[in-house]
Design a protein. Structure first.
Ligand code: 4AD
Ligand code: MG
Length: 456
């Protein structure tokens, strides 16, 4: 179907030309001699106004229902009001009508209601803007790494290991239920892979293997966690960006993380001004300024021990009490980043017992060379560390966590053959999207969200 993107018409403004556009009716208005339709084709947030002279355009009434798919041909003219453009319709073709039980009516719907119609909510301005920001953010992430000599690797989605060791792996099986097997091993022996398999929680372990040859790699793909936390920030399926860098220590990887975050936020500010203005108006007042500040500020680096001191001295009533050794809860993270520093904060050197087995142990014997990047409004968006390369320390850390060492043979071999200091991190795409859009719930930054008890 020969037609032109509505975005292109707004950008290039070929006034006086006959143009054809296709899209869905967003609003319509019928007056005495004229009718008006606002058409959106998804290429931009703006709608194209179609002006209909009723005496000239046949059967326009059939094309007025909200949600209908239309083809419009006509002359592009300067808009009667404002400095935009509009189309004086010559012909309208109804491609697909839309009866009046269409769930998206003219009023503003709640996000909760929209979650019940994931197949249609993409047709709202909010999802139009969110999906475009998600796309531009993803592209900027690739650009940052490609421009800096990283290799994009695709780590497996089906794995036999649990990178985070947190027992949140979704099992992958082709076996029907069979109660005859006496042990789990016996049951999975006859399964597809001859052993238990699951969906990856992180591409890090395989990413480290690639980095030990390619130097600088990143992954960008879906990861899965059967995390039973019904929060606004946890999804069972989410996208992670995981760079892994050889010859990098914790301070080096922190610099990379900060540079990446600033690069991608700058890209969104430059490339999605309409979308950010929309979110600023509708969801988070001051969003644009917040993002500009992030690009221009220097992120804070704060030792975990200092963070605990700050929290203890805060006199705030936290639900989870604070003691050295405790994991930081979202309430603690938000206090530090929102109320104390009001900017992104890297908390470094966490107690080793609350962190994953692969993190490099510090000389103090108590902490690891790890950091979480916390941002106002969200909490953690990045989990990061230098990796343990001392075989003995690594094996001991695994045993302490009851991890089956024999299942990590390849991973451990990296410590034997040409090991070197290396570091990496995982950035949650949905978490950074929440931060950049001001949307408040992870369920609203995915096309289809997968969260506990909810699979639409
Ligand atoms: O801190 P995490 O668990 O770190 C890792 O998985 C490391 N293997 C990363 C690495 O070093 N290569 O997760 C990394 C990030 C978190 O900071 C968060 O942004 C996101 O992934 N994340 C989630 N996002 C949405 N829903 C969940 N359930 C998430 N769990 C983690
Ligand atoms: Mg983490």
């Amino acid at each position: 179907m020969k037609h032109i993107d509505i975005k292109k018409l707004f950008d290039e403004k070929p006034i006086g030309k006959s143009v054809t556009v296709c899209g869905w009716v967003r609003t319509c208005r019928d007056s005495k001699n004229m009718a008006f339709i606002e058409l959106n084709d998804g290429t931009c947030l703006k709608h194209m106004q179609v002006v209909i002279d009723k005496s000239k355009v046949a059967a326009y009434e059939n094309c007025m229902a909200l949600g209908s798919a239309l083809k419009v041909e006509g002359e592009l003219v300067n808009a009667a009001s404002g400095n935009g453009v509009e189309i004086n319709a010559a012909t309208l073709t109804l491609l697909g009508g839309c009866p009046n039980d269409y769930p998206l009516q003219k009023k503003r719907h709640t996000m909760e209601f929209l979650r019940t119609i994931p197949h249609l909510r993409v047709r709202t301005n909010t999802f139009n803007a969110m999906l475009r920001v998600r796309s531009v953010l993803s592209d900027a992430i690739h650009r940052y790494f490609q421009q800096n000599n990283y290799v994009y690797v695709h780590t497996p989605i089906i794995t036999g290991s649990d990178c985070e060791g947190a027992g949140e792996v979704f099992t992958v099986t082709t076996r029907e239920w069979d109660a005859k097997a006496k042990t789990k091993e016996e049951y999975y022996k006859d399964d597809f892979f001859g052993k238990k398999a699951g969906l990856t929680v992180s591409g890090q372990l395989e990413g480290e293997m690639a980095a030990m040859a390619m130097g600088k790699i990143y992954t960008f793909g879906p990861t899965f966690r059967a995390e039973n936390s019904n929060t606004t920030r946890h999804a069972a399926e989410f996208w992670q960006i995981e760079p892994e860098v050889a010859f990098a220590e914790l301070s080096d990887i922190i610099e990379i993380a900060e540079e990446l975050i600033k690069f991608i936020i700058r890209a969104v500010l430059d490339e999605c001004p309409d979308e950010i203005a929309f979110f600023d108006e509708r969801f988070e007042k001051g969003l644009t300024q917040k993002l500009r500040n992030v690009v221009e500020s220097e992120f804070k680096v704060l030792d975990y021990t200092e963070a605990i001191d700050i929290l203890k001295k805060s006199k705030k009533e936290f639900v989870y009490p604070v003691e050295w050794g405790c994991d930081l809860q979202t309430e603690h993270e938000r206090y530090i980043t929102e109320e104390v520093f009001n900017k992104p904060v890297f908390v470094i050197n966490y107690p080793k017992d609350i962190k994953a087995f692969y993190m490099k142990q510090n000389p103090d014997g108590k902490t690891v060379a790890a950091t979480d990047l916390l941002v106002p409004g969200i909490g953690e968006i990045i989990g990061c560390s230098e990796r343990e390369v001392d075989m003995d320390k690594l094996v001991a850390a695994m045993k302490q966590r009851n991890i089956k060492v024999e299942e990590y043979e390849y991973y451990l071999a990296l410590r034997k053959f040409g090991a070197c200091p290396h570091s990496g991190f995982g950035l949650g795409l949905e978490r950074i999207l929440l931060y950049v859009t001001g949307l408040g719930n992870i369920r609203d930054v995915q096309l289809f969200s997968r969260t506990v008890g909810d699979l639409k």
